[in-house]
Write a protein that binds this ligand. Structure first.
Ligand code: NAD
Length: 338
């Protein structure tokens, strides 16, 4: 069988890291047909659309995407393609597993937690306007429907993955109505899952707790903006943005992408770390229920890190993006891989 996958290489380091991931995924022996499309500024130049019709149709058809980062202009210009894709395809759950890799020395070994971020509303609704010159308003939208849906997702995920604890993260002491509604929804859903310990922490305290003792958490359930910020913090706990994968899950489609952005500071130099996108590819394989292939890629990545001889610059090495992919491919093909 051939899997049809929509590929969005993105821009900045996107094309470099996604092509590395594609090579690794193909090394598993599974057959993929990649439907590749530009998005964002590059797409606009070509099609006069930021998300071309063809890309839209491809996702409708394949229902699975592998995506590199897309640059969003700051303080003006077009709105985020990433946010638009998540809203358009109702990719309401952003799942970001945070785990150490062997051989990567960090302050805390053995971290194992999952960030579950609501992906469609909150301040990412992007509804902003100028009230009078010098005063702008940005609306944070929290709905019972989306908060209940993401809470159910988190609890079902916990049950399926055998996880024990969920903390709903909020700032309901200040945003009593919006964050108040969010935690009320998670609290209500928690009652249907008595085997899972449920807690609530305020987001600023959570950041401090995470850097002091990340082991106290298992699943963090957050609205959109807190999820974004806390994900980067958590990526830092296990070695940085070059390592942290993610999945955007919806009923109609799912798109797999790293936590990191387009990293314009290192783009085009073949030095970015492709691990985060490769690990996002592992999440995609699990979603396709290709567990053997997923386990093999995981073992190959672990092998390269355990050896520690071929690391990219962010990990203290000198290996290029493409050479790193070569090493993972070599390990996948190796008879001794465990
Ligand atoms: P970033 O994640 O691109 O980079 C932050 C830092 O981490 C930089 O120093 C960068 O060099 C480093 N880094 C990131 N990925 C790396 C990798 N794979 N290997 C090695 N180092 C890596 O964040 P930013 O600079 O704040 O954002 C740049 C652009 O990316 C912005 O336009 C932003 O909107 C966009 N962005 C897109 C997505 C997405 O497409 N999903 C996500 C986040 C940011």
């Amino acid at each position: 069988m051939t899997y049809k996958i929509t590929l969005i290489p993105g821009d900045g380091i996107g094309p470099e890291v996604t092509s590395a991931a594609v090579r690794v995924l193909e090394a598993t022996g599974l057959k993929f047909e990649w439907e590749s499309f530009a998005a964002g500024a590059e797409a606009y130049e070509k099609y006069k659309e930021y998300i071309p019709k063809e890309l839209n149709e491809s996702i409708e058809r394949t229902r699975i995407g592998l995506k590199g980062p897309v640059t969003t202009p700051i303080g003006g210009g077009f709105s985020s393609i990433n946010v638009e894709l998540r809203k358009r395809f109702e990719l309401y759950a952003n799942v970001r597993p945070i785990r150490n890799l062997p051989g990567v020395h960090t302050r805390y070994p053995g971290v194992d937690l999952v960030v579950v971020r609501e992906n469609t509303e909150g301040l990412y609704s992007g509804i902003e306007h100028e009230v009078v010159p010098g005063v702008v308003e940005s609306l944070k939208i929290i709905t019972e429907k989306a908060s209940t849906r993401i809470s159910k997702f988190a609890f079902n995920y916990a049950r399926k993955m055998g996880r024990k604890k969920i903390h709903s993260i909020h700032k309901a002491n200040i945003m009593k109505m919006s964050d108040g509604l969010f935690i009320r929804c998670s609290r209500n859903i928690s009652k249907e899952y008595p085997e899972i310990i449920y807690g609530e922490h305020i987001v600023d305290n959570t950041c401090m707790q995470l850097v002091m003792n990340p082991y106290q958490y298992d699943i963090l359930l957050l609205e959109n903006l807190y999820g974004d910020i806390v994900s980067d913090l958590c990526a830092g706990l296990v070695g940085g943005l070059g390592l942290a994968p993610g999945a955007n899950i919806g009923e109609r489609a799912s798109i797999f992408e790293a936590v990191h952005g387009s990293a314009p500071d290192i783009a085009g130099k073949n030095i970015a770390n492709p691990t985060a996108v490769i690990r996002s590819g592992i999440l995609m394989l699990r979603h396709l229920d290709e567990q053997d292939a997923a386990n093999r890629v995981k073992a190959a990545v672990h092998h390269v890190y355990r050896e520690g001889k071929h690391l990219t610059r962010d990990m203290g090495g000198t290996t290029s993006t493409s050479e790193f992919a070569d090493k993972v491919v070599e390990a996948i093909h190796s008879k001794d891989l465990v």
